[in-house]
Design a protein around this ligand. Structure first.
Ligand code: ADP
Ligand code: MG
Length: 419
C-alpha cells in the first residue's frame, strides 16, 4: 500500500513544516481581475471574498496559501466548487500566474523562471489528468497517449514504444488503434492517465479525474490508481469533492474554502478533528471506522506472559492479576498466542518438569497490523472473546484493541468531549 496511516511510526504524516518537501508553496495569492495587486494592499487584503469583489471587481482565487508536499505523497485538494482547487493546480503548472507568493519545486523557484524555462520545467515535471479527459478525437488511442512525447520532439518510433507500454500499464493493451469516441468514459480516462504517465512525470496533477464516471467504474479506477501508485511512487496532487474518494486515496488532505486552506491533515485527523463547521460539514457522512486505525487506539496489554519463564511463573502472574488468560510472547517480543489458565495447569501437572511453555499449549488468535482500519476489525472482535492483538510486520506484539475501544472511538465526537 502506498498509503501510510501508521500513527506510531516515524513516517507519520503531519501538517508540520517538513524540510524534505518536494513542493513548497509560500504565501501564494491569486487574484483575478484588473489591477489585481492592489487587493493585496492593507485596504483590502483582510476583507472577505465577496466584499473584495464588490469593492474592487476582483475575484479571489487563492489567498495566503502555505503548503508543503512531500515526494511520493498522495495529496488531496478538497473543497466546494469555487474554493480554488483548480486555480491552485493551474498555478503549479503556471497555466495562470500567481499574483504574489512563491512556488518552489525540487528546489527550483518557479516564480523566478522565464517563460522558456517554465515551459521546459512544466513538460519535464508534470503530468496532468483532467476531468473531461482532454483527448483529441481525431487521433487514435496510441497517438493520444503519445501526444505529450510528440510535443517534446521524441521520434515516432520511441514515442510509440513508450505509449504502448503505458497503455498496457493502464489496462488498454489492444485498444491502440481505436478512436476515443468509441471508448467508454472509464477507458477514455485511462487514455488520459496513460498520456500523463508517458512523460514519466515527477508529479501527477489530477483535477477531478473520476468525477464524471459511474460509481462502479469510479471505484475500480480508484483501486487501480492505488495499485499503480504503489509501484510508481509519484507525487500526486488529486482534486476531488468526494470525501470518500479523498479518504480512500489520500495520504494527506488539504481543505480549501474561498481560496484559503482551512485544514491540512491525514484522513484520520480530518475526520476525527475537523477544525470548523465547514470541514465538519464535509466529513459529516464519513465513517470513522474507515479511517481510524488499530495503531491509534491500541493500548498496552494489561499483562504479558513470557514463554521462556515457564508455566509456574505464568500461572502465578495470571492469578495475581485475577485473569484466566493472557497474551504470551517469546524473547524477541513476538506474539505466540494466548496462554490459558487450564492449559498452564495441565503443563504443571505433567510428571516431567516443563521449562518453557510450548506453542502447542497455546491458543492461536487472529491479530491485526497498526494500519488496519477499525472497519476491518469488526468481524474479528465479534467472533473473538479476547482483545485483538496488534503486531508489526515481524509479529512483534505492540498492544491490544478491545471491543469497547472500537465502539467508543467510532461514536461521533468520542466519549468525554460530548458530555
Ligand atoms: N479565469 C478566471 N477569471 C476570473 N475568476 C476566476 C477564473 N478562474 C477561476 N476564477 C474564480 O476563482 C475561484 C476559484 O475557482 P476554481 O479554482 O475553478 O474553483 P474549484 O476548482 O475549487 O471549483 C472562483 O471564484 C472562480 O470563479
Ligand atoms: Mg475545479
Amino acid at each position: 500500500m502506498s498509503k501510510n496511516k501508521t500513527v506510531n511510526g516515524s513516517e507519520t504524516t503531519h501538517s508540520d513544516i517538513n524540510t524534505n518537501s518536494q513542493i513548497i508553496i509560500k504565501d501564494l495569492w491569486k487574484v483575478f481581475g484588473r489591477d489585481s495587486k492592489r487587493v493585496l494592499g492593507k485596504k483590502y487584503r483582510a476583507l472577505g471574498k465577496e466584499e473584495i469583489q464588490k469593492k474592487t471587481g476582483c475575484v479571489i482565487g487563492l489567498r495566503e496559501i502555505n503548503l508543503e508536499i512531500k515526494k511520493g505523497e498522495f495529496y488531496i485538494l478538497m473543497g466546494l466548487s469555487g474554493s480554488g482547487k483548480s486555480t491552485l493546480i493551474r498555478n503549479l503548472i503556471r497555466l495562470v500566474k500567481p499574483t504574489s507568493g512563491s512556488i518552489v519545486i525540487d528546489e527550483k523557484n518557479l516564480t523566478k523562471m522565464n517563460n522558456e524555462e517554465l515551459l521546459n520545467f512544466r513538460r519535464e515535471t508534470f503530468g496532468m489528468v483532467f476531468q473531461h479527459y482532454g483527448l483529441l478525437p481525431h487521433l487514435t488511442v496510441l497517438d493520444n497517449a503519445a501526444y505529450g512525447l510528440k510535443v517534446r520532439g521524441i521520434s515516432k518510433e520511441d514515442r510509440y514504444i513508450k505509449a504502448k507500454e503505458v497503455l498496457e500499464t493502464v489496462g488498454l493493451k489492444g485498444w491502440e488503434d481505436y478512436y476515443p469516441g468509441s471508448l467508454s468514459g472509464g477507458m477514455q480516462q485511462r487514455v488520459g492517465l496513460a498520456r500523463a504517465l508517458a512523460n514519466d512525470p515527477e508529479i501527477l496533477l489530477m483535477d477531478e479525474p473520476f468525477s464524471g464516471l459511474d460509481p462502479l467504474i469510479k471505484r475500480q479506477m480508484q483501486d487501480e490508481l492505488i495499485e499503480l501508485q504503489d509501484k510508481m511512487q509519484k507525487t500526486i496532487i488529486f482534486v476531488t469533492h468526494d470525501l470518500h474518494e479523498a479518504l480512500k486515496l489520500g495520504d494527506r488532505i488539504a481543505i480549501l474554502r474561498n481560496g484559503k486552506v482551512v485544514q491540512v491533515g491525514t484522513p484520520e485527523e480530518i475526520v476525527t478533528k475537523p477544525v470548523d463547521d465547514y470541514v465538519q460539514e464535509f466529513v459529516r457522512d464519513a465513517s470513522p471506522a474507515k479511517v481510524i486505525t488499530a495503531g491509534t487506539i491500541m493500548e498496552p496489554a494489561k499483562i504479558i506472559l513470557y514463554a521462556w519463564e515457564g508455566p509456574k511463573t505464568a500461572l502465578t502472574l495470571l492469578r495475581k492479576n485475577k485473569r484466566r488468560a493472557a497474551f504470551i510472547v517469546d524473547k524477541s517480543h513476538r506474539l505466540l498466542g494466548v496462554a490459558q489458565e487450564d492449559k498452564l495447569e495441565e503443563l504443571l501437572n505433567k510428571p516431567e518438569k516443563v521449562e518453557k511453555i510450548p506453542e502447542s499449549a497455546l491458543r492461536r488468535v487472529p491479530s491485526v497490523g497498526p494500519d488496519t482500519i477499525l472497519e476491518d476489525m469488526f468481524s474479528i472482535v465479534t467472533e473473538n472473546q479476547y482483545p485483538v492483538p496488534v503486531v508489526d510486520a515481524d509479529n512483534k506484539f505492540l498492544g491490544v484493541v478491545t471491543t469497547d475501544q472500537i465502539f467508543e472511538s467510532i461514536t461521533p465526537m468520542g466519549g468525554e468531549d460530548n458530555v
